[in-house]
Design a protein around this ligand. Structure first.
Ligand SMILES: Cc1ncc(COP(=O)(O)O)c(C=O)c1O
Length: 425
């Protein structure tokens, strides 16, 4: 990459959450393969991020590459209105077969945030169709994160959800205090009280509860007790409120179960998936719901579900997603995740001894070091790259979620370099 190209990038291209006048530095990538990112300088970095939870089988996976090539030669895209195709049908079959019952109606969306918009719209249309228009608020959890579009922003944590500057113009929803009891602690019924109180008082106005099951991701990388999820499900049943599980980060094996809802053996009424759906190859997401919800919407005033993006059901993305799910269907991921979990526990636990570290937590293939103070993100990034690893912390959180195919040696290199950098930062 030439210095001119990099200059153009700095001056003309927005990267996620960056400034145009004072952009944070970006490293030029030449290629990716397996669990590594090769920079144009020739440096090879072990990737700890899986491109934000998505590249679960590593980069340039042969099976997925082959599926993409075969599909692109046949049909890259065709509109989904009035037309259908095998890749979408196969993907819907795959999703219905691996998600909890009774989720069996599939809406294919463009990205995680759009899948959340679709889920919210489904919940609103459901109650409208039942003649209960006043049920149009949502309840969400503090420390939650659900995306960057307007409907999604309105259910993110109002303060740390990165969208507080829009708070005056976003629709107002209810927020329950976030779960405090961690995954391994003894359950305490007090934990669910804040949510129970909101639902008891406001259920007549509430269409749905939206939450990230078991792991609250971008809002704090917090891992909570499965009993919270079970009780939340029971409360939704009691108060006639739909449950939306946002599995966009947690889905497809990441927490050690195919979907994090399985830790509590519950089924949501609506589920959003994205990120790892295509094994990190391209953007695609889905919102699933039950026959009951779908039929009610379809028999309502509008007689249909009011959403339909241009690239809905993109065949290329569906074919790639099918290839990724077919790899998961071999079941190998379970052993991979449990080995990664062990490696993360072993490798990151030494950080607990550092006075600057508040907590170290691991579930499945997710490892988190929480510090007392926010890191200097530019400096720590440089330190990681010097150690030949790719880790991108935010705030007080240094966290990784490597590809399931990472080998023990690379994982050990990743964790030991992280502990070393955190210690010296
Ligand atoms: C739980 C959750 N929901 C929704 C989203 C939004 O997904 P996308 O970035 O694909 O729009 C994210 C992204 O980080 C997420 O972690």
């Amino acid at each position: 990459m030439t210095p001119e190209q990099l200059k153009f990038d700095r001056e003309h291209i927005w990267h996620p959450y960056t400034s145009m006048t004072n952009p944070t530095p970006c490293l030029p990538v030449a290629s990716t393969s397996g669990v590594t990112i090769t920079l144009t300088t020739g440096e090879v970095l072990i990737d700890g991020m899986s491109s934000w939870w998505s590249a679960i089988h590593g980069y340039a996976n042969k099976q997925i590459n082959d599926a993409a090539h075969a599909q692109i030669d046949n049909m890259s895209h065709v509109m989904f209105g009035g037309l259908t195709h095998e890749p979408a049908i196969e993907l819907a079959k795959n999703l219905v077969s691996i998600t909890p019952e009774p989720l069996d109606k599939v809406f294919l969306a463009d990205s995680g945030s759009v899948a959340v918009e679709v889920a919210i719209k489904m919940a609103l249309q459901y109650w409208q169709a039942k003649g209960l228009q006043q049920k149009h608020k949502l309840v969400s959890l503090l420390n939650g994160y659900h995306g960057d579009t307007f409907g999604a922003m309105a259910v993110c944590d109002p303060l740390n959800g990165m969208h507080d500057i829009f708070s005056d113009i976003l629709p107002k929803h209810f927020f329950a205090d976030s779960p405090k009891i961690t995954f391994d602690q003894p359950w305490n019924p007090q934990d669910i009280q804040p949510l129970a109180e909101i639902l008891a008082c406001e259920h007549d106005n509430i269409a749905a509860l939206i939450l990230e099951p078991i792991v609250q991701g971008a809002g704090g990388m917090r891992i909570y007790h499965p009993e919270y999820l079970s009780q939340a499900r029971a409360l939704c049943n009691k108060y006639n409120v739909l449950l939306i599980a946002d599995e966009i980060a947690t889905g497809f094996g990441r927490t050690g179960k195919m979907f994090a809802c399985e830790h509590a053996n519950i089924s949501p009424d609506i589920m959003c998936v994205g990120k790892a759906l295509t094994g990190g190859y391209m953007t695609l997401a889905a919102t699933l719901t039950s026959k009951e919800v779908a039929d009610t919407i379809s028999n309502g005033g509008a007689k249909c579900f009011m959403h339909g993006p241009t690239f809905m059901g993109n065949p290329l993305a569906c074919a790639v997603a099918n290839a990724s799910i077919n790899i998961l269907k071999t079941g190998k991921w379970q052993q991979q995740i449990s080995q990664i979990e062990q490696g993360l526990k072993q490798g990151l636990t030494p950080a607990k001894a550092l006075s600057k570290v508040k907590d170290v937590r691991v579930i499945g293939a997710i490892g988190v070091i929480e510090l007392h103070e926010a890191v200097d993100s530019v400096r720590i990034q440089r330190q990681f790259v010097e150690q030949k690893i790719w880790v991108r912390p935010f705030g007080k959180l240094v966290y990784i979620m490597p590809a399931y195919v990472i080998d023990p040696k690379s994982l050990e290199k990743l964790t030991s370099a992280i502990v070393q950098v955190v210690a010296s930062h």
